[in-house]
Design a protein around this ligand. Structure first.
Ligand code: KIV
Length: 263
């Protein structure tokens, strides 16, 4: 695979070719995921739950994220590296810029930030300074207590319109990528068609440009109840390499996500 950049993702969108994304937190899994053809790796703050055992992503710090980013950088091959800004990185503009700077110095090539239209100013300032941004909308896990749980967002027409409008606002502010989590498939498709930038979905149906899953879900080692949008690819593979390859190939062929993984 050739080195993946933001332009690659944009070309794939325009060619109508879906791309695969997967979380990674260390050098070994980053290498295996890259060898399987996964186009985008995410050092997600999901590490708070799947690595550290917390009930949410809120306890994760910038230092935690930087540590895992440096680990992933040592193993990654051609994949584009997206990295999460953790809870409260957006507490002030100053903190946002400082934290994004730390992530970029650790090896991030794209930073992901949760938040709605109010994040426009922060995104404008980041992109002005050369930091590419992915804006995460829909179910934003850092707001889990405000949202009242890990629930599908945008089922009501007003909320769906708001998510679409927020996505437009954040792209106008400079976001290079939108990530939509846990929204109805119809909304995932509508946002993807409305925007010129790549849209990555998780629990957002098969109509988005890219798909992302948490590595532990793909490997079937997640503790507790599996969300509907998740698939354990180990059931049809002999090893971890095979599971990542199946996931990548199923995304590319639009076999995943299927109806049963969508809302
Ligand atoms: O932290 C993470 O792993 C994420 C994905 C669920 C998209 O944000």
């Amino acid at each position: 695979m050739k080195t993946v950049s933001l332009s690659t993702l944009k070309s794939l969108k325009h060619a109508g070719e879906p791309f695969s994304c997967l979380t990674a937190y260390d050098a070994s899994f980053a290498r295996v995921a890259g060898e399987a053809g996964i186009e985008v790796l995410l050092v997600g703050d999901s590490l708070g739950m799947v690595l550290q055992g917390h009930a949410s992503t809120l306890p994760v710090t910038v230092d935690d994220i930087c540590y895992h980013t440096r680990c992933v950088v040592r193993g990654k091959t051609a994949s584009l590296l997206m990295v999460d800004l953790p809870f409260m990185s957006n507490a002030s503009l100053e903190r946002l810029l400082e934290d994004a700077g730390a992530l970029m110095r650790a090896g991030a090539e794209l930073v992901k930030v949760e938040g709605e239209a109010w994040m426009a100013e922060g995104i404008r300032e980041l992109t002005r300074r050369g930091v590419p941004v992915c804006a995460h909308l829909g179910l934003t896990p850092q707001s889990v207590y405000q949202l009242g749980g890990y629930k599908v967002q945008g089922r009501e027409p007003d909320r769906a319109t708001q998510i679409l409008e927020d996505a437009r606002t954040l792209v106008e502010a400079g976001a290079s990528v939108i990530l939509l989590e846990c929204v109805p498939a119809s909304l995932g498709r509508a946002v993807t068609e409305a925007l010129d930038v790549p849209v990555i979905g998780i629990g957002a149906g098969s109509g988005t440009d890219g798909q992302i899953l948490v590595m532990h879900d793909v490997l079937g080692v997640t503790h507790g109840r599996m969300p509907r949008f998740v698939k354990n690819f180990m059931t049809e593979a002999a090893d971890i390499q095979g599971a990542f390859r199946h996931y990548h190939e199923d995304v590319k062929a639009r076999r995943f996500p299927a109806e049963e993984h969508s809302f």
